[in-house]
Design a protein around this ligand. Sequence first.
Ligand code: SF4
Ligand code: SF4
Length: 373
Amino acid sequence: MVYKEYGNTGIKVSAVGFGGMRFDEDDIRSGRLEKCAEIPLYAFENGINYWDTAPFYCEDKSESVIGIALSQVPRGKVYVTSKTNFGTIGKGSNPTKEDFRARLEKSLKRLKTDYVDFYHMWCMMSLESWKKHMEALYGFFEEAQKDGLIKNIVFSSHMQGDEITEVVNTGKFKGMLIGYNALNYRFRQSGIKAAYENGMGVVVMNPLGGGMIPQNQESFAYLAEGTQLSVPQAALRFVASHREITVALAGCTTKAHVDDAVKAVENLEILPVDDVIAKFEGKGISLNDLCTGCGYCKGCPMDIPIPKFMDSYNQKILTGKDDAIDERMFMHWDIIPSVAATCIECANCEAQCTQHLPIIERLREIGEHKDPA
Ligand code: SF4
Ligand code: SF4
């Protein structure tokens, strides 16, 4: 296993981490948590020392499974995470510090430990939401850290590169968890560079594009060219090979998934992000209709977040399913079709689009979708 320094913390973590969000559904439903715990334990035997979990994962059982496994290994040998935000409290946007403390204590009890190594301000969808969480929550994080309940304050986000950079530049976080993969790397490249330059750790979720890469292997075959790896393994390796990325999380249901993840980083060559991208740039020729997230279509007079809408449209192209657009808009980006419908068709964005995409036509189509209730 390859290990990397987690930012400037002095902690060494495995280049692939265990993502605790994909335990076997039948085992979870039947309460066979000990059996589920065998998977992170197997990962540990194979050198994986970063375990990611959160409330609500796997029907709210993931933390308990991780706790069972954590109690069977030397505590200092594994770095474990958890997460919180307004949504984990269930009191709208007015929870108190005491509410957050109670939530953290619940996570610690489930994890069978006295502290969490990396505690996330979870799922910051936009700068606006992040600012609200900072006001309500950051003081709680600092107190919990002072009391030894959390070791490192980190955040997780679905924001774009420039927004991530703004959060990074506050210097308030030791690291971050973001979605990054061969499909969306342009959306967040500047963010990972900024984090690396600021001495932060960068953990990547969703290295397989939410299943998009395994489901469209022909489009991503270029990642595995010249290797003995499968396309999903090569996609994981693509992420792990970035110098700026500390850990690539692999969601594992079985021991075979752990073996796949370990194989993906064998003899890993670690390169600066620009070199990694240069190796693959232009090879994904079948992806010409996709928005790459380059962000050149800035300055929309209606403030439409064009790359987020175009990324949502990508999902339709890749899956062939219209409702994949909605899923992406609502679950990932937190944007709604009625905003797309405000386009005045000035065509500024199309003139700047590096992919020459029919943005107006796509926004018109998205604008006809229904906003969530
Ligand atoms: S065409 Fe629409 S989306 Fe593009 S810049 Fe003009 S108003 Fe914005
Ligand atoms: S310029 Fe085109 S490819 Fe780039 S983010 Fe905007 S829509 Fe996507």
